[in-house]
Design a protein around this ligand. Structure first.
Ligand SMILES: CC(C)(COP(=O)(O)OP(=O)(O)OC[C@H]1O[C@@H](n2cnc3c(N)ncnc32)[C@H](O)[C@@H]1OP(=O)(O)O)[C@@H](O)C(=O)NCCC(=O)NCCS
Length: 179
């Protein structure tokens, strides 16, 4: 498996987009875009329990900007699974009208590459396999990661960021004490 640098795909390179780590100034526009993409129900999601009281890794979170507007974003968070330290990915969203051009895929690749470069061992998330499997994610064996609420096990996905990065990763997913 390759852990090297990601490049923009052929589709997104023609969109005059820039994808860069989330700046503090972008946070409100990103929040609003996520809100539009998911609707208000997102705050009841089990994944939100792993973001509450956590401190976002802004350096590993990426924002896609076109003509000064935020059109896509992915956020990453520090996480513990049992005793293993890794990353939790989400939310990911692309503005309606900008979808199906590969922006979501590029955001995933950027986050994965940056996480690997930062020396993190693994990343996991709750999401659609069809979206994430082309980017190296696989379904976590049932029962390996316990979530803080009911989640469809087929939607719990992970990938290593270093060789052997998934070894021994098992247990309750929880927010690290220091956030
Ligand atoms: C999911 C989302 C971020 C994808 O962004 P995108 O820029 O359209 O993604 P890409 O163009 O890189 O790839 C989309 C591909 O994933 C597939 N896919 C799988 N699950 C998908 C989903 N829930 N939504 C959109 N596409 C999905 C598409 O069929 C498409 O495959 P294709 O390229 O073979 O047609 C965007 O549709 C979105 O913001 N949706 C609403 C929020 C959401 O559901 N986010 C999390 C889902 S886990």
């Amino acid at each position: 498996m390759a852990y090297g640098a990601a490049t923009m795909n052929a589709q997104t390179s023609s969109l005059h987009l820039s994808i860069a780590p989330e700046r503090e100034d972008d946070a409100r526009a990103v929040d609003a875009m996520i809100e539009r993409a998911f609707g208000p129900g997102r705050y009841t999601k089990v994944s939100e329990r792993l973001r509450e009281g956590n401190v976002q890794r802004r350096d590993l979170s990426f924002t896609a900007v076109a003509a000064g507007e935020v059109v896509g974003a992915v956020r990453l968070w520090p996480i513990m699974v049992g005793e293993a330290r890794g990353l939790f990915l989400g939310p990911i969203a692309v503005e309606g009208g900008w979808r199906k051009h590969g922006i979501g895929g590029d955001l995933i690749d950027k986050a994965v590459t940056a996480g690997a470069a930062a020396g993190e061992a693994f990343v996991f998330l709750v999401g659609d396999r069809a979206l994430f499997s082309p980017h190296g994610f696989e379904v976590v064996p049932r029962g390996t990661i316990r979530m803080p609420g009911p989640v469809d096990p087929a939607r719990i996905l992970w990938r290593a960021l270093t060789p052997g990065g998934l070894d021994g990763v098992a247990g309750q997913a929880h927010v690290p004490e220091h956030g």
